[in-house]
Write a protein that binds this ligand. Structure first.
Ligand SMILES: O=P(O)(O)OC[C@H]1O[C@H](O[C@H]2O[C@H](CO)[C@@H](O)[C@H](O)[C@H]2O)[C@H](O)[C@@H](O)[C@@H]1O
Length: 237
């Protein structure tokens, strides 16, 4: 339990969003945010003296759309945008998504029924959860587009993402750990997807560890929680 850990160590807690705090749904906008989650996060942040950070593949604007304003540290777009609880930004924001790419993706979406394009502040999500057979095609198209537009490609659960910045969740953890309020604490990163492995690895660099959530076989996590419900129970203070 987190409460036991907090009695022993000064902890910096990094929480992924989709698949960790909220259940995976059919599309990016179909998620159901559990009642009381925002208040629970605020309580946790207070108990951790500001050393809680959300680290999501979603943009910060999208996180806020689902959670409401959350004055806690958070990283969006896989670490491309990091802010502290008081709104101070860490680093520079990356480049926006090129218009020409948006136009190509609109055509691709028309061609493939079941493909959903998610427009994010600094990236694009190509979702194929509604048509899993499209995986090969979408991965291939993603590689071609990433190379033509000089973008970084990432794969997650039924999604191929193109990012304008070379970034990952490990970079977000390192950025926060350099800030005074996080420095010296033991990072614990909780996440369910492949992209969370970078967060697990970075936590290890600071003598911390990762906790994998759900059914995916993790590579670098030390512990495991079965579901988002289990995560929320583990986080009870
Ligand atoms: O890092 P996360 O907070 O876990 O965000 C990762 C991606 O999550 C979202 O996509 C995933 O969740 C959707 C809703 O449950 C699901 O339909 C989709 O198949 C998943 O890949 C989000 O839409 C992406 O932008 C995030 O990068």
């Amino acid at each position: 339990m987190l409460s036991t850990l907090l009695r022993e160590r000064s902890v910096a807690l990094f929480l992924d969003f989709d698949g960790t705090l909220v259940d995976i749904a059919q599309g990016p906008d179909a998620i159901m945010v559990p009642e009381g989650l925002r208040d629970h996060l605020l309580q946790l942040d207070a108990a951790l003296e500001g050393r809680l950070a959300l680290v999501s593949g979603r943009s910060l604007a999208d996180l806020e759309r689902h959670l409401g304003p959350v004055p806690i540290a958070r990283a969006g777009s896989h670490g491309a945008e990091c802010v502290l609880g008081d709104g101070r930004m860490i680093g520079e924001p990356p480049a926006p998504v090129p218009q020409a790419l948006k136009a190509e993706l609109a055509k691709l979406e028309e061609m493939h029924s079941g493909l959903e394009i998610e427009h994010k502040s600094f990236g694009i999500g190509m979702h194929y959860r509604a048509a899993p057979d499209l995986e090969g095609t979408i991965v291939e198209q993603g590689r071609i587009l990433a190379s033509s537009y000089g973008m970084t490609i990432k794969q997650g659960k039924c999604v191929v993402e193109l990012m304008t910045a070379k970034t990952d969740k490990g970079r977000a953890v390192r950025s926060f750990m350099e800030i005074e309020q996080f420095a010296g604490a033991m990072p614990v990163f909780v996440g369910d997807d492949i992209t969370d492995e970078d967060g697990f690895a970075a936590s290890g660099e600071f003598d911390g560890f990762g906790i994998a959530v759900g059914e995916r076989e993790p590579k670098l996590a030390r512990y495991h929680l079965a579901s988002t419900d289990a995560v929320r129970s583990w986080m009870q203070l």
